[in-house]
Design a binder for this molecule. Structure first.
Ligand SMILES: [Mn+2]
Length: 358
């Protein structure tokens, strides 16, 4: 397990590289060029700039999260080909600075969705919260206005130009069925994976968050069976998954340790976090400890350990604790605590393995 930490970039993140450096066992940054709109080719000098910043602190930049997919690719429009070409050029450039994994997602219109970014937990901390009934009854335009009015930061996946064209997007997606979305994903992969192979970069799709359709839009990376189907669309080690225990864990039917065991050699990147599910379908993100939520983090780590996992892992979101001012879900403190929990589990398992082979 190679621990990495998401960082939004100089001037775009309340957490500094100096502070990340002090978290035990973090070897690299998970990064992106967040201001480049989906579909555009990334400039090499901007990529090299991040590499230099990371080098100064002794971090690698092996994992990019995300290179976002233009909606025309997901919609299967004829214009998709030019955006796919741009994507290929970006892969080639990222390979030049040694990138090994690209995380992306294939969710129509919306990236991860929550109804409250600072919901109070019993201990006085706050965390990201999803109220099912609210999403089912909320006009999507209303939700977007709420997210967009958070002036402090740009949210990943919620770029202003995508918000503006929301109405048009909904009209376009009304003609796209779930099977169409699968076909559009396959078309993308058939173009991209050969380029990823040549450049030795593993593509790692992030599951849909939450793992069910919202606002009438189709979603496909939601379950064990669907991930199995996804991996067969292009059966290559370069076509992998960012297995996110938090996204998949919102559905109690998802057996994540079983997924880790079955898909281990196709998981270049793991997101590990907990959440607490409520009977009405709501959920709130919690600290990483198994006892604090509904997701069995201990057995997820055990499944990775038993599989001899050598991929990258990061704590996913954290709570906002100790009065920290930070991006929703991306504070320093709770993610650092999460890392120590993950290392604690891992080291204990490693120790047991060593002593049983003596
Ligand atoms: Mn995740």
């Amino acid at each position: 397990m190679r621990m990495v930490f998401r960082w939004f970039g100089e001037g775009n993140d309340a957490v500094s590289l100096d502070h990340i450096k002090q978290i035990p066992g973090v070897e690299g940054l998970v990064w992106s060029l967040h201001d480049i709109p989906a579909g555009e080719e990334w400039p090499l000098e901007r990529i090299e700039e991040v590499k230099q910043q990371a080098d100064k602190h002794g971090f690698h930049i092996d994992v990019v999260e995300s290179v976002n997919i233009h909606e025309d690719i997901k919609l299967g429009l004829p214009t998709r080909d030019k955006y796919i070409e741009n994507y290929k050029r970006t892969i080639e450039k990222l390979s030049k600075v040694g990138v090994k994994v690209i995380c992306y997602n294939f969710m129509p219109v919306f990236d991860w969705t929550r109804t409250d970014l600072f919901k109070a937990l019993d201990d006085g901390s706050t965390a990201l919260f999803y109220e099912k009934a609210k999403v089912e009854n909320m006009d999507p335009i209303e939700l977007v206005e709420k997210i967009a009015s958070n002036q402090d930061f740009t949210m990943p996946g919620w770029e202003p130009e995508r918000l503006k064209s929301l109405k048009n997007l909904f009209d376009a997606y009304s003609k796209v069925s779930t099977e169409d979305l699968w076909n559009n994903l396959q078309y993308f992969l058939e173009q991209i994976i050969p380029v990823a192979e040549v450049n030795d970069i593993k593509m790692a799709i992030h599951p849909d968050d939450p793992p069910w359709p919202i606002f009438g839009l189709p979603r496909v990376i939601t379950s064990h069976e669907n991930i199995r189907r996804f991996l067969k669309l292009v059966d290559s080690p370069y076509n992998g998954v960012t297995l996110c225990s938090g996204s998949l864990g919102a559905n109690p039917e998802n057996d994540i340790p079983a997924m880790v065991r079955e898909f281990a050699d196709r998981i270049p990147f793991a997101h590990i976090r907990n959440l607490k599910r409520f009977d009405n379908g709501d959920f709130i993100e919690t600290s990483h400890r198994t006892a604090d939520g509904s997701v069995d983090i201990t057995n997820i780590v055990k499944a990775y350990h038993d599989s001899g996992f050598t991929g990258y892992a990061r704590p996913d979101h954290g709570r906002h604790i100790w009065d920290e001012q930070c991006r929703p879900g991306y504070g320093l403190y709770d993610r650092a605590l999460g890392i120590m929990y993950l290392w604690g589990l891992w080291d204990a398992m490693e120790n047991e393995k060593q002593s049983s082979t003596k």
